[in-house]
Design a protein around this ligand. Sequence first.
Ligand code: NZQ
Ligand code: ZN
Length: 390
Amino acid sequence: MFGNFTYCNPTKLYFGEDALNGLNTELPKYGKNVVLIYGGGSIKKNGIYDEVIKILKDNGKNVAEISGVMPNPTVDKLYGGVETARRHKADLLLAVGGGSVCDYAKAVSVSVNCDEDPWEKYYTRFEEPACETLPVGCVLTMVGTGSEMNAGAVITNPHTHQKIGHVFADEKIMPRFAILNPQYALTLPHYQMAAGIYDIFNHICEQYFSGEDDNVSDYISEGLMRSVIHAGRIANKDPQNYEARSNLMWAATWALNTLVSRGKSTDWMVHMLGQSVGAYTNATHGMTLAAVSLPYYRHILPFGVQKFKRFAVYVWDVNTAGKSDEQIAKEGLAAMESWMKELGLVMNISELGATPEMIEGIAGGTLIMNGGYKVLDHDEIVDILKESLA
Ligand code: NZQ
Ligand code: ZN
């Protein structure tokens, strides 16, 4: 275990079939002006909108709405939402949706009382808010990002082809509360469910594949990964399986609520590659990760053989008899690949709309992190992206 750290996670969770009742406990803590934020309409089709509105009205709230928050929310949509929240003198931002809606609410929260351009301040200069922020609450309907219990907010700027995540330092930006009812995710299309499963798994990988020290976080990560593999298989065959879907929801929250990164440097290069692919293609987040993962991990494996071997043995139960460390490590990735294919994930970026002509731009937009087993240079990024095309 190395490194000094602080750990604080103030998000209060309400989990299970009755979780929405938690809104009745939470809403009285805030003023009467609530901005309800949601996406393209799934919550109207599946009835969650009506349930939430009723509870808001029963609690005497004065509600304004920001609808149409798109997957991979854009900076232009952010500007519009900030205006709505200002006009409504919002006391609480209530996000009802997936990671896009939760992230967007956090981005509005840090921008409402800020005179500067939020894209410049938070996504170009990576500054922290110097103004009063608004509390965010979240009713989660899509499982994967962990946004319900973290301070991350990813915003896309389509004008500059940039998709940038800012993980805010202040835990006040984390949702004050999150409602986690696994039933709400049961109406997700299979494509989104599978993308979310891989997003969870990769969040754990991003934190696991770093460092060589003995760290309790890695043991927790191995347990979480085993659960995601197991529940993912069940949910893939039987999407309405409540037990599997609830395990996935709970694992997603723990995969990215900062716990398993404590004391570690962390990698995050799959996300940096995937986000840049997303900036060019507007593809589904989890699928962008799936499409670049194997070329990336095969590229860095020689620099982290011992960890990839451990991953093979403890996560994938690879039999080690008579094999070299490198063979075992490679078999771990092969096992991951067959699980990914079983889930029906997109395994190349061409299928997501990326073309050979885009590769230089995508590589240029990929932020280079230095916490993993190999700090990539531009040419390596280009090579990995080219391999991801097929
Ligand atoms: O917009 P609606 O109509 O609601 O449809 C959504 C959307 O089309 C649909 N959906 C959500 N819940 C549903 C449903 N459809 C039917 N039934 C339901 N119950 O699913 C689609 C995808 O939703 P979205 O919120 O975009 O998905 P996700 O949760 O994967 O969020 C993706 C965003 O989160 C960012 C990503 O980059 C991306 O912008 N991330 C945020 C992170 C964080 N805060 O820490 C970390 C992640 O790595 C990720 O980068
Ligand atoms: Zn992710």
